[in-house]
Write a protein that binds this ligand. Structure first.
Ligand code: FAD
Ligand code: UDP
Length: 400
């Protein structure tokens, strides 16, 4: 209900400078232009405006704030995530407190099932997964640990995303749960990806079936978009939506630039394109109350093209007739969603980073600009730390 009320208050459409008229208005001077209204850009804009007292113009080429965390009510009245499911979790009291200034929370612990061997079993792999999959009765953590130890293959140096999993659970479970999913998600075999990618998903000997174990796990009570709107509702912040940086750059003079888009794009692809993985989403409304038992079901099988299906009512707790789900189809082309963690990409990023460091009047923040596979909380933490550093750098003349 809270979500519906927020939307009916007109919460989801407020280009402060409208995309159609922006060029005809008076050209103001800003202390800072912030490019990108996702977590990185919104936190930077909020801090610069509210803490630094600076006049900020926030620009995004999309027609809304929130970046990839943007959510909206669909025709069925379900709050869906246009760019795939976003579940908030963090261990940081500071980050949770900071965001809590702009939202109340709905407690939510994320649970994921994987469709494997015609079963739906807990993912991350835990003792229940093993018992269901193999018809076992592993009663204790020691039993599960012994079972996994017997499956695991020794790997002398754990370097890749294949090594991580093989050394923990062996080849059979690797192939069932990780290999197909990863090949679809990244267009690469796990052996070609940094160990950091599959290390995000642990293996458990307990029956804990939560996807995350962080101290704080919750969803913004009225959605992410509403939280962003509160964050950006400040007299020092103007927002320009539906406009690319390259168009806004000269129209609005500014002393400092904060850039949160893809770093290779900023430098005109001077050293070639940095690979980012994209996704295509299929949003579907169904005439049933519930589609699946948990918010996300993963599909590691190579026989279907999607990686996962999300059902939003689990995330929001909404009581509405019908339900809405999203299929995710990984793609090589399209909006950049994921930096691809592998050594050659990191090397190319380092060349762009060297260019970035030479620019004293531009600050690069966020998942695309610093080419890091960061969660939302990590981006918030990075932006807060970046702002703190800016305030201590005399070279940046726009910030006290
Ligand atoms: P973005 O949100 O990508 O924002 C960048 C913005 O910059 C975009 O709005 C873009 O339009 C704009 N922009 C770029 N270039 C230009 C330009 N030239 N001119 C104007 N505007 C420009 N994290 C979690 O913690 N939990 C999750 O469950 C989770 N799930 C995810 C699921 C998916 C499918 C994806 C893709 C990511 C997920 N994440 C999750 C990660 C999360 O989305 C990011 O950590 C976070 O949104 C990054 O914020 P950002 O501001 O760095 O980038
Ligand atoms: N992964 C997998 N099978 C799964 C879940 C994850 O192989 O069922 C691998 C895959 O490579 C994925 C990575 O682990 O990209 C990280 O998973 P996570 O759920 O953290 O991905 P995200 O939510 O960031 O897309």
């Amino acid at each position: 209900r809270l979500i519906r009320e927020a939307i009916s208050r007109g919460a989801h459409a407020h280009p402060i400078v409208s995309p159609t008229s922006w060029k005809s208005g008076p050209s103001r001077h800003y202390d800072a232009m912030v490019v990108g209204a996702g977590f990185a850009g919104a936190v930077m804009a909020e801090r610069l405006a509210a803490d630094g007292g600076r006049k900020v113009l926030l620009v995004d080429r999309r027609p809304h704030v929130g970046g990839n965390a943007y959510d909206e009510l669909d025709d069925a009245g379900v709050l869906i995530h246009r760019y795939g499911p976003h579940i908030f979790h963090t261990n940081s009291q500071e980050i949770f407190d900071y965001l809590s200034r702009f939202t109340r929370w709905r407690p939510y612990e994320h649970r994921v099932l994987a469709a494997v061997d015609d079963l739906l079993v807990p993912m991350p792999i835990n003792r229940t997964t093993l018992n269901l999959l193999y018809g076992l009765d592993l009663a204790t953590e020691e039993d599960a640990a012994a079972f996994l130890a017997a499956q695991a293959e020794p790997v002398s140096v754990v370097r890749t995303s294949e090594d991580v999993v093989i050394s923990a659970v062996g080849r059979e479970l690797y192939e069932k749960f990780f290999q197909g999913y990863t090949r679809k998600q990244w267009g690469l075999d796990p052996s070609e990806l940094d160990k950091a990618v599959t290390s995000r998903v642990p293996t458990r000997t307990s029956k804990d079936d939560r996807y995350f174990t962080d101290r704080f796990q919750a969803m913004p009570l009225e959605g992410y978009t509403r939280m962003f709107e509160r964050m950006l509702d400040h007299p020092n912040i103007d927002i320009l939506l539906g406009v690319d940086y390259c168009e806004a750059r000269d129209a609005y003079p500014h002393d400092h630039l904060v850039f949160t888009g893809p770093i290779d794009e900023y430098f005109g692809y001077r050293y070639g394109k940095l690979p980012y993985r994209s996704l295509r989403f299929r949003h579907v409304s169904l005439d049933v109350d519930r589609y699946q038992p948990v918010a996300v079901v993963n599909y590691p099988s190579p026989d279907v093209p999607h990686t996962r299906i999300t059902e939003y009512k689990h995330l929001t707790g909404q009581q509405v007739p019908g339900t809405s789900i999203t299929y995710e189809f990984p793609a090589a082309e399209g909006d950049p969603y994921y930096p691809i963690p592998r050594p050659e990409n990191q090397q190319l990023f380092k060349r762009y980073e060297a260019l970035a460091m030479a620019q004293t009047d531009v600050t690069f923040v966020g998942r695309l600009a610093t080419y890091r596979y960061y969660n939302m909380d990590q981006v918030v933490g990075q932006a807060l730390a970046t702002y703190r550093r800016m305030t201590k750098t005399p070279a940046i003349r726009t910030v006290p």
